[in-house]
Ligand binder design. Structure first.
Ligand SMILES: Nc1nc2c(c(CN[C@H]3C=C[C@H](O)[C@@H]3O)cn2[C@@H]2O[C@H](COP(=O)(O)O)[C@@H](O)[C@H]2O)c(=O)[nH]1
Length: 504
């Protein structure tokens, strides 16, 4: 926030004290307050400080390296496991992937050695850290589990066991904070459903076909509070019955009391242990709004036929599996959320922090509320980079976002001589000891990192007034540099600091 901009919270207090009616409650500011809070933390910090000479020299080195590499938002799509249109991700798929990724973009570090820590087997390789999360999401999608679809997270299919399967490890160490990750997904799904559900966001699963280890096949249809057995027979016969149902919608498969508005999917279970697979039963050409008219309900033949295919055990993606992923593709609640931000990254961050407890990354420092909004800001930044600042990635105020206060970028800022630590903090970090969540050290590390990146940004612009640079690009660059140096040099001059929380 610049000096001539009013703090929205102070304005609100002023309004209250003068008896002036407050802003409409649904009005969302585009100012996040993160930068002002970081400056406050920096001014009061005693264990973390910013070296001004180090900052100036780091700024000119960073800018030089960014230019040499022509570093831009294009780098985002070069990350191997980021979603790409060329790999079949539609815009909606990409947005849902990024939202899921940033809900879960926290705490991947481990005390264990590289070969013992949480790792994910995917595409013939073992992935760790942030990449392990991306690998889990891709692996699940390949298996036909719609893990990036909010509606799935609150569905009956998304049991704790199903989530454990999605985040399974190739080693004996589980993904850190698994139960917190599950809770975050479920909370987000509920909020999206209640506050951002568009007309397309119809409740999942009404019709269920249960394949009990072929050839026995039975058909159920269910909707909340009800479950009727409609038919049961041996394989071929039951398949025919489904086909008949598609022709005689009222009389056979769908009885008169059927809640057509809730119809969206067919689910198939191979046996008690196999994951439920869900797929569309409606003709794709029919918009969901028109389901209210029963005449228009058509059972999607290919979905029903695909349901009869044998389960693919070898991990390759079958027709049925891809149809499963497709079946949840109508969930547009995240799009609706982005639309509400009116192309303002700040507003998007504030919307996330206001509606979702799991994005409300704030704490107290010396008697004042301070905000970091790490994952909320990363979400805006990832959208911006993934779509190269256009379409769903267009934010006219992207330059107001700050560095994302994680445990990696401070490590690089220290290595570059920008941050320095008090002896007690330095030894604590060097000894690999954990910092309790919310501890003053953690707050100082986060606030000073944000302020340091702001100073680097200002210094680059002082040197090169025309430079197309902002805190997001500097942050992405520093994160990538950390990973690169770790790969090439083994270790940086200091380990990253360690705290365990969903905030970073
Ligand atoms: N400040 C900042 N923190 C970031 C990222 C990213 C990944 N962003 C991608 C998008 C553009 C970039 O090119 C990246 O490819 C992850 N993290 C955080 O790091 C930690 C995990 O680290 P490790 O255990 O080493 O994998 C964890 O807290 C995670 O939340 C970033 O960009 N900035």
């Amino acid at each position: 926030m610049s000096d001539d901009e009013a703090d929205p919270e102070l304005l609100q207090l002023l309004r209250q004290s003068l008896g002036i009616p407050s802003n409409r409650s649904d009005e969302v500011s585009s100012q996040t307050g993160v930068l002002a809070d970081a400056e406050h933390i920096y001014s009061d910090a005693i264990d973390v400080s910013i070296d001004m000479y180090g900052t100036k020299s780091a700024a000119s080195n960073i800018w030089k390296m960014m230019q040499e590499r022509a570093y831009s938002t294009e780098a985002w799509s070069q990350v191997e496991l980021h979603p790409k249109a060329g790999e079949g991700f539609s815009e909606l798929d990409t947005i849902n992937f990024i939202f899921t990724m940033d809900l879960l973009n926290f705490s991947f570090w481990s005390k264990l050695s590289d070969d013992q820590r949480f790792q994910v087997d995917y595409k013939g390789r073992r992935w760790t850290g942030y990449n392990s999360l991306l690998a889990c999401l891709h692996r699940a999608l390949d298996e036909g589990i719609p893990i990036t679809t909010p509606r799935y997270w609150r569905s009956s299919q998304a049991s704790d066991e199903a989530f454990k399967h999605v985040f399974r490890s190739a080693t004996s160490e589980d993904i850190p904070l698994l139960s917190e990750r599950i809770a975050v997904l479920r909370e987000a799904a509920d909020v999206l459903h209640k506050s951002f559900g568009g007309p397309e966001d119809v409740p999942e699963m009404v019709v269920e076909a249960v394949l009990t280890s072929c050839p026995d096949l039975s058909v159920n249809r269910t909707h909340p509070g009800q479950a009727h057995r409609v038919g049961g027979a041996h394989g071929k016969e039951a398949t025919e019955r489904l086909e008949i149902a598609s022709e005689q919608q009222h009389d056979a498969f769908f009885a008169a009391d059927f809640d057509y508005e809730r119809l969206s999917h067919v689910s198939v279970k191979a046996d008690q242990t196999t994951t439920v697979v869900t797929m569309p039963v409606l003709d794709n050409d029919i918009p969901m709004q028109s389901i209210a008219d029963p005449e228009e309900v058509v059972v999607h033949q290919s979905a029903v036929e695909a349901a009869a295919l044998p389960i693919n055990q070898d991990g390759a993606q079958s027709d049925r599996q891809s149809k499963n992923a497709e079946s949840f593709s109508r969930d547009q609640s995240v799009l609706c959320l982005i639309d509400k931000a009116d192309r303002s990254a700040g507003k998007l961050v504030n919307l996330l922090a206001r509606h979702f407890a799991c994005f409300c990354d704030e704490t107290q420092f010396h008697g004042r509320k301070v905000r970091f909004f790490k994952r909320a800001q990363i979400f805006g930044a990832d959208l911006w980079a993934a779509f190269n600042g256009a379409g769903y990635g267009e934010f006219q105020d992207i330059d107001t976002l700050t560095m994302f206060a994680d445990y990696r970028v401070p490590q690089m800022l220290y290595t570059l001589g920008v941050l320095s630590y008090s002896p007690s903090l330095l030894y604590h970090i060097r000894d690999g000891k954990q910092i309790p969540p919310g501890h003053s050290w953690e707050v100082q590390l986060r606030g000073c990192s944000i302020w340091a990146v702001e100073l680097i940004r200002c210094e680059i612009l002082r040197l090169q007034p025309q430079a197309a640079v902002n805190a997001v690009l500097i942050d992405f660059f520093l994160y990538d540099l950390t990973k690169e140096r770790e790969r090439t040099e083994g270790q940086l001059s200091i380990p990253h600091h360690r705290t365990r929380s969903i905030w970073y």
